[in-house]
Structure formats: C-alpha cells, structure tokens
Design a protein around this ligand. Structure first.
Ligand code: PLP
Length: 426
C-alpha cells in the first residue's frame, strides 16, 4: 500500500468510516510535517491544524478548543456548521451541484436578486451582478469592466488590498506584494487614503475608475473618514470616471449594515463582494449599477464555477440567517462591547482601537503582534496579527456579548504573556 493510501485509510472523521475521505486521529505536529511536504510555502507553517467547528468555536487536531475571533478572515459570518447553511448547501448539492454558465439555476438567480437589492438603482436601470469564486476574481471582473471605458489609468488608495491575481494585485498598494511579478496591468495611480484634495488632483479625464475599500481591512481596519466616499463619488462623477467600492472584507453585514458604505448614501458604479457572502463556501460577486451594468457584454468575461448553485444556496442562507436572526443589530451591539472592552482593558500595550461593527483592530504600543496572536492561541482565542503592531478581529456575526467579554476579560493576561515571550518587561 502506498504511503498516501495508508495515511488516508486512518480513522475518519467525516461521514461514515466507509464513505469518509478525510483522515483523522493524526496529531497536529504530524499534520504540520505533512503540510510542509505537500503544500507550497506561500503562507508559512500553519499555526494549528483545525479539524472541526461549531458556532463560534473551532477545535484543533489535538482536541483543543478556540473561540474563533477571525472567522477565516471575515468569512464564516454565521460561525461554523450553522444549521441553515448546512441545510442549504447539502440540500442544493443533493438536488443539483453544478451546471456551468450555459445554464442557470434558481439559487443563482435568487441570490443575484438579493445582491442587486443591496444598492439603489440609477434611474430605471436594474442593477446586475457577475458571480465569481473569490474576492480577487470579483475585483478582476471590476478591473476588466472599467477597462471598457477606454480610459487607460485607474486610481486606487494607498494602504489598499484587493487580492493576489494580476489585476487585483496591480490595485494593491503594498509594493512587496507587487514587485516580484513584473509588469502588471495599469497604470495605477495610488492616492493617499482619505485625502479628498489628493483624490481631486489625481482623477482626470484619463481615469477609468477609482477603486477603494470603505474600510481598509488588511491595512489594519481603517474606515474611510466621514465624507470621503461622498467626495469620491462627486469627483469621479465630475470627471466621468467610475467608482468601485471593494466590500469583499467589510460587506455583507460585517459593519452592522449590509454594506459598509450604505450609511454614506453614496451610489457606487461597482461593488465587489466575497468572503462573508458564502459564509465559508467560496463565492464572490461584482455588483453593478447604471451604465456599469452593461459594460461587460456577451463573451467578454466568464467563469466555470461562478454562480455555482451550491455556492449560491450558501449565499441565500447567509442572507436568510442575517435577516431572520437580526444579526445586523447584533453586530452593532456586540461590536461595541468588544471594542469598548478592548479600550477599557487598561493594558499599556493597547493603543488606538478602530472598529466598524465586528471588524475591529487595536494597535499595539510595541511591534509584538505575532507574539500577541500566539499568546492568544495558547489561551484559546483565534486573532490575527494584521500588522506587526496591530491585532485584527473579524469574528462570526453570531458572536454574543458574553463571548466577546470572554476575550476582553482574558486580554490583559494574553498581552502580559506576549510581552514575556517577546522578552519585554511588562
Ligand atoms: N478585496 C479585499 C478588500 C480583501 O480584503 C481581500 C482579501 O483579503 C480581497 C479583495 C481578495 O479576496 P480573496 O482572498 O477572496 O481573493
């Protein structure tokens, strides 16, 4: 028997012993060894190998339980194994799993209708959506769409993150992500985030679009200043450029509104979505309004999996659960508990706290974020060192106030442990 077969014929954790394809009963350290051999080293070693999730908790291969305050980076909006999501996905898979885009499915069409209703229409032009499998692909679709204006330049914000495909990467400001990959689509003009005057100077009649996140997630949860999106809308409209809002991370209820830009009253030309949209099943969307709805014509873009019925059913379940369980209100309420608890924890390592619903980051007064994330894991909490000096939280939208307090109560000891591990006196 080959090694691979021996490995996969161990005790199984998913389905019946006969049906299961996922090996179990393997220690975390052994999994990490196997990961190193079999998976490309783009992410570094996994911090834990996770085997199970339920609600806001996950368990690792060694049986340890964690409060998941990251939700797969703002993805598991309903937590883990949510009954509505499980029922929608299994129900759809048992009925019809995939069709290609020569055909459509009720799930795909119904989800498109829900997404298009998230933003007002422009005049009497119905909003329309293009489905993708990820955030980068949603941005990629938006990039192709804005190229149809015939204008050569695109503007994006300093601090932006839009994904790792070549187009999305071109719009991502961090030079270290872009530079190893040679010529990217462009030219892209990066403007300081939140600076209206700089935007005014940068957008010209050569600019196809300004692409911006209403809350910059990877930059460390930086919300656009009040009035910035409205100014961006005015400036782009004046110059005939499109406004693309990337809500891949901050959209789908995460900030306590369906979309992070909703309160601004701005009607964008394009909105990109992914992450929380499928609650853990890969799906993205490029939502368009007005003239942008018809800028990509027949044959000008495509995807095999985009709008797949199973992923679309997952999206419908996410909409249904957020609505049924009043999760937008819960996000606002629990987000405030979490952010206030961090602010009030009184530890000298905690600096500025930035929060938009359940997308939260706190700065550290020393660059020890990896040590804090490691200490948090040791204490049973999944958090993310989004920057060397900042910790990000993006928990499931179903997190309760008591669960939020579990973390804030434990935070001072976690920070002390991190300082100790980093060799810094508390
Ligand atoms: N856009 C934003 C704002 C993101 O935060 C991300 C991922 O973090 C992406 C795009 C890329 O999404 P994906 O990783 O699904 O390709």
């Amino acid at each position: 028997m080959s090694t691979a077969l021996q490995q996969t014929s161990a005790v199984h954790s998913v389905g019946t012993a006969e049906e299961s394809v996922v090996p179990a009963g393997v220690a975390g350290t052994e999994w990490v060894q196997r990961y190193r051999h079999a998976v490309m080293d783009t992410f570094g070693d996994p911090r834990r190998v996770l085997v199970r999730g339920e609600g806001v908790h996950v368990w690792d291969a060694d049986g340890r339980r964690y409060l998941d305050l990251l939700a797969g980076i703002a993805v598991n909006s309903l937590g883990h194994a949510h009954p509505l999501l499980v029922a929608a996905v299994t129900g759809q898979l048992t009925t019809l799993g995939h069709v290609s885009n020569f055909f459509a499915s009720p799930a795909q069409i119904a989800l498109a209708e829900r997404i298009t209703a998230l933003v007002p229409t422009v005049g009497d032009v119905p909003n329309r959506v293009f489905f993708t499998n990820s955030g980068a692909e949603a941005v990629e679709a938006a990039f192709k769409l804005v190229r149809r204006t015939g204008r050569p330049r695109v503007a994006a914000a300093a601090g932006s993150f839009h994904g790792r495909t070549m187009g999305a990467l071109a719009l991502t400001s961090k030079a270290a992500y872009r530079e190893p990959f040679g010529q990217l689509p462009g030219p892209v003009d990066f403007v300081p985030f939140g600076d209206v005057d700089a935007l005014d100077a940068a957008i010209t009649d050569q600019t196809a679009a300004f692409v911006v996140e209403p809350v910059q997630g990877e930059a460390g949860v930086v919300p656009a200043p009040a009035g910035y999106l409205a100014a961006a809308r005015r400036i782009t409209a004046e110059r005939g450029a499109l406004l693309v809002l990337d809500e891949v991370q901050c959209g789908m209820g995460r900030t306590g509104d369906w979309l992070a830009h909703t309160a601004s009253g701005v009607v964008p030309d394009v909105v990109t979505l992914a992450k929380g949209l499928g609650g853990g099943i890969p799906i993205g969307a490029c939502l368009t309004t007005g003239s942008a709805t018809s800028m990509l014509g027949r044959g000008q873009h495509g995807t095999t999996f985009g709008g797949n019925p199973v992923a679309a059913a997952a999206g419908l379940a996410v909409f249904a659960a957020i609505e049924r369980d009043g999760l937008l209100d819960q996000v606002r309420r629990v987000g405030a508990v979490l952010a206030d608890g961090i602010r009030g924890c009184g530890h000298p390592l905690v600096g500025e706290v930035r929060a938009a619903g359940l997308l939260i980051a706190f700065d550290l007064t020393r660059p020890v974020a990896p040590a804090v994330a490691a200490a948090a894991l040791d204490a049973g909490f999944v958090v993310n060192d989004v920057r060397p000096d900042a910790i990000r939280l993006a928990p499931p939208l179903v997190l309760t106030a008591d669960q939020a307090r579990e973390f804030t109560d434990a935070l001072p000891a976690v920070l002390d442990a991190a300082l100790l591990a980093a060799g810094i006196p508390a």
